[in-house]
Design a protein around this ligand. Structure first.
Ligand code: DGL
Length: 275
């Protein structure tokens, strides 16, 4: 029988912390291991092959650390790597190993959030090009008009903590404008990149009040809770203790400073090398 281990949470950098925060609020009883591949962020502009390779390396590292369940708290990795990992890699492994993403849980909930039936999705180039949101929303809410817009500057800005500088706000404003020019009837904007909730308040201040900005964290947390209830064989492999460990492929001290600010906690991260 497999040993119990933490739930693995993976992102290219700091974005997955916005998901971890909500998951911890809803499911504080479990242990978590957060892996940020900050040294190789952003993933958004990279090719399918590279995103798949990096994501699979990260998932394997989390499995090696004892995780049986890994959440790809990254839309780009969910869009480009999740299905191949689930279909090609996991069947080759012994024991119960599962990898889940963030796109499906978000699209399942989105349909009920819009009154105008016009939704905007802001995401990385990789997620937009994959059309994963268009495909999933077509299944769950075919009556909705969906407009996507890629914001390639946002992840680099956030990774470098430049998002509230005048230059940073200029990029946020321009991208919102581009989205709304494509469809002025949009009343709901999904932040389809886990980094973007870190600028949610700024976005809200730049938008008219009738447009709601939706972050994925709580949607993902609710679906995870539901998943663990439906899969006791996986739930029983998740260690309970309420502890969180953080590892990064970049400087551990830089990560600790930035993650402590984002999480509102004192975090002491460790370095990890992926290969
Ligand atoms: N947080 C990742 C996402 O949700 C950002 C990807 C990137 O590194 O560009 O897509």
């Amino acid at each position: 029988m497999s040993e119990k281990g933490p739930i693995g949470i993976f992102d290219s950098g700091y974005g997955g912390l916005t998901v971890l925060k909500e998951i911890r609020e809803q499911l504080p009883q479990y242990d978590y291991l957060y892996l940020g591949d900050n040294a190789r962020a952003p993933y958004g502009p990279r090719s399918f092959e590279v995103i798949y390779e990096y994501t699979w390396q990260a998932v394997q590292a989390l499995f090696e650390q004892g995780c049986s369940l890994v959440i790809l708290a990254c839309n780009t990795a969910s869009a480009k790597a999740l299905r191949s990992i689930q279909q090609k890699q996991l069947p080759l492994l012994s024991g119960n190993k599962r990898v889940l993403g963030v796109i499906r849980p978000s699209t399942e909930a989105l349909g009920e959030m819009t009154i105008s039936k016009h939704i905007g999705i802001l995401a990385t180039e990789g997620t937009v090009k994959s059309e994963s949101y268009l495909i999933e929303l077509q299944k769950f809410a075919p009556e909705i008009t969906v407009t996507q817009h890629a914001c390639p500057m946002w992840v680099p800005l956030i990774e470098n903590n430049q998002q509230t500088t005048p230059g940073g706000i200029y990029f946020l404003q321009q991208d919102l404008l581009s989205l709304l020019q494509q469809d002025p009837k949009i009343d709901t904007i999904l932040l389809g990149c886990t980094h973007y909730p870190l600028v949610k308040e700024t976005l809200e201040s730049l938008l008219p009040p009738h447009i709601q900005v939706v972050a994925q964290g709580s949607l993902v947390a609710t679906k995870l809770e539901n998943y663990l209830q439906r899969h006791p064989e996986i739930e029983s492999l998740c260690q309970k203790g309420g502890n969180v460990t953080y590892v990064t492929t970049e400087s551990a001290s830089d990560f600790s400073i930035n993650a402590s600010r984002i999480m509102g906690l004192s975090i002491d991260a460790k370095h990890i090398t992926l290969h």
